[in-house]
Design a binder for this molecule. Structure first.
Ligand code: FAD
Length: 495
């Protein structure tokens, strides 16, 4: 099934759309000059850029609905946008489309410490929820490393994760209810204030749908009590394989740490001069394993984890003594992406997930790919979830390097699928991984995804050409559906 994309940018078309939107939105909320729209040309995946025809900045739900209705009537494609920190090009504009930013819907509408919930508008920053909940001894658990900037609307659209999601779950496990506006301008509530809602679980369908099904206008999130104590172990390994196996061993011992992250030597050497966290820069791999709870629980869990890590071959173990030291240990992990800029002009952040037992094998094969592509790769990731974030380092000014980085990334994702994993863990598919969807899913599966999209968005106007590839695209990419090597390219049409 092919998604229709029949739109054309012309100055007349732009004038028509601007005039229609200006009737709906206050002064200054419709941007169309190049100078004003330039900041919206990309998200965190800055290698892909496109100026939008128009940017709409509604300030409330009624205006969001009006913008959507008008775009539907005029057949203008819409790209919803939060803070633009996404790493897969999900918020990248379309030349003949409208970027609909929900950044100005940024109020916390209600915070109820008794039901431990907060009702927030989509433009509220992730960290702002925890800051507001702090006086009540509560916080919002999913904590993407971008939490200082990213919005809850974007988190819902991407089903974002973070360091603490191993124990506390992803966005989908921490959201009770979403209010969203359909392309027809109808306001729909999914989920409920309770733990379950009658009918089909459309909330779970919607979370992670990358702006393709509707525009989020309100989110009810769960808040959890702040643990009395949290401490983190920093363990060094002289071999990445031992580090990878240690992760599997911790989980196999029946421990669910509050965070279990891994950094390879390239990563720790990249961040240490920047954060001075005391990382062992001679270690081939460092694990950060956090425990939280009551002081007794934490003491016991730290002792058990230390034992497993030692048995797995850790060469050194340090445990944070106080909150300041805990923050210091985490600072390098949290700042790893920006720190990449210290050692490379550009980096390309991949995001794939694998069964934990394959961590060591996959890391070894990524190292082999470094020689194949002549590019370095730093690995810093949510090891406990098996969620890899290889940072491929390149210089876009060197002829062909970006192309090689893209191929390197696609190869890593194919490897993830080969070992039974997936092509994304938390950053979404967007435009970046759309070709890799051809590797993971058969045509029938992709048709089913299109059918879900069509059920919400009959005209294919919401974030079209993102996340789900057409059959034609997969055929052009020349690869389809690899599952543990069994059906390699069996369904590739011979054009
Ligand atoms: C340094 C850095 C670290 C990061 N670390 C993590 C991490 O640890 N974990 C993680 O999961 N991600 C991480 N990310 C990725 C990113 O921050 C998340 O995907 C985040 O959820 C995006 O939120 P946003 O508000 O910036 O959304 P945007 O980038 O603006 O949009 C993301 C997607 O959501 C859609 N969207 C946005 N708002 C709405 C809305 N109101 N209604 C419907 N659709 C909408 C867009 O169309 C797009 O498809 C990181 C990014 C950076 C730059």
């Amino acid at each position: 099934m092919n998604a229709p994309t029949t739109f054309q940018f012309t100055p007349e078309r732009q004038r028509e759309v601007v005039a229609a939107l200006r009737k709906l939105l206050p002064e200054g909320c419709v941007l169309y000059s190049e100078e004003d729209t330039r900041p919206y040309e990309c998200d965190g995946l800055a290698a892909y850029r496109q100026l939008p025809m128009v940017v709409a900045l509604p300030e409330n739900e009624v205006q969001v609905a009006a913008v959507l209705q008008t775009c539907r009537r005029l057949a203008v494609p819409i790209v919803p946008r939060g803070a633009g920190t996404g790493l897969s090009g999900g918020a990248m504009p379309i030349a003949d489309g409208v970027v609909l930013s929900t950044a100005r819907l940024n109020k916390i509408l209600k915070l109820d410490p008794y039901s431990r919930t907060a009702v927030v508008q989509p433009g509220v920053r992730n960290l702002a929820i925890s800051e507001a909940a702090h006086p009540h001894g509560l916080y919002y658990a999913p904590d993407p490393s971008s939490q200082i900037a990213c919005t809850i609307g974007g988190n819902v659209a991407e089903n974002s994760g973070g360091v603490h999601c191993l124990k506390y779950g992803l966005t989908v496990h921490n959201v009770l209810r979403v209010r969203m506006v359909t392309i027809e301008g109808e306001v729909v509530e999914l989920g409920s204030g309770a733990l379950d809602a009658p009918g089909l679980d459309l909330l779970a369908v919607f979370i992670g749908s990358e702006g393709m099904l509707g525009v989020v206008t309100e989110v009810t999130v769960k808040l959890v009590p702040k643990p009395q104590v949290a401490r983190v172990i920093m363990a060094s390994f002289d071999d990445v394989v031992k580090g990878g196996n240690a992760v599997a061993n911790v989980i196999a011992a029946g421990i669910i740490p509050a965070g279990l992250e891994m950094m390879d030597k390239t990563s720790s050497r990249m961040v240490e001069p920047f954060v001075k966290a005391g990382y062992d820069t001679d270690a081939e791999a460092i694990l950060l394993c956090e425990s939280d709870g009551t002081p007794d629980e934490v003491e016991e869990e730290i002792a058990r984890m230390s034992e497993v890590l030692k048995d797995s071959g850790a060469t050194a173990i340090a445990v944070s003594c106080n909150e300041a030291e805990r923050q210091k240990f985490w600072s390098g992990r949290k700042n790893a992406f920006p720190a990449a800029g210290r050692i490379s002009p550009d980096y390309y952040c991949m995001d794939g997930t694998i069964p934990r037992k394959y961590l060591a094998e996959v890391l070894t094969r990524i190292t082999q790919m470094e020689s194949k592509y002549g590019l370095r790769c730093a690995n810093v990731f949510h090891a406990g979830d098996g969620n890899l974030h290889p940072l491929i380092l390149f210089d876009a000014n060197q002829e062909g390097e970006f192309h090689r980085a893209e191929q390197f990334g696609a190869d890593i994702l194919e490897l993830c699928v080969e070992v039974g994993g997936t092509i994304t863990g938390e950053h979404g598919v967007g435009i970046e991984k759309i070709n890799s969807m051809c590797v993971q899913f058969a045509p029938q599966e992709r048709d089913a995804f299109f059918a879900v999209k069509r059920a919400f968005d009959t005209a294919f106007l919401l974030n079209p050409d993102k996340a789900i590839p057409t059959l034609h695209r997969c055929a052009e990419y020349g690869k389809m559906h690899v599952k543990r090597g069994e059906m390699k390219f069996a369904d590739l049409p011979r054009f």
